[in-house]
Design a protein around this ligand. Structure first.
Ligand SMILES: [Zn+2]
Length: 65
């Protein structure tokens, strides 16, 4: 499966992503665990997602308690 490499904008870690990722896909840096989003293809570029933007009520079962 071919991979494309992008660089984490936070720590510079090279991240291998499948070639079929599309802009908007969320990824997490394996090194610094930053929440990143695919911003562009060819060349593949990542941007940091602000922490509050990662919150999703439907996806946070730990918020109920
Ligand atoms: Zn990183």
């Amino acid at each position: 499966m071919p991979l494309e490499f992008a660089v984490c904008p936070v720590c510079g870690q090279r991240l291998g992503l499948h070639e079929y990722v599309t802009p908007g896909t969320r990824v997490v840096c394996v090194n610094c665990e930053s929440n990143l989003q695919v911003e562009a293809r060819r060349p593949l570029r990542l941007k940091l997602v602000p922490l509050e933007a990662t919150y999703n009520r439907n996806d946070r079962p730990e918020s109920y308690g």
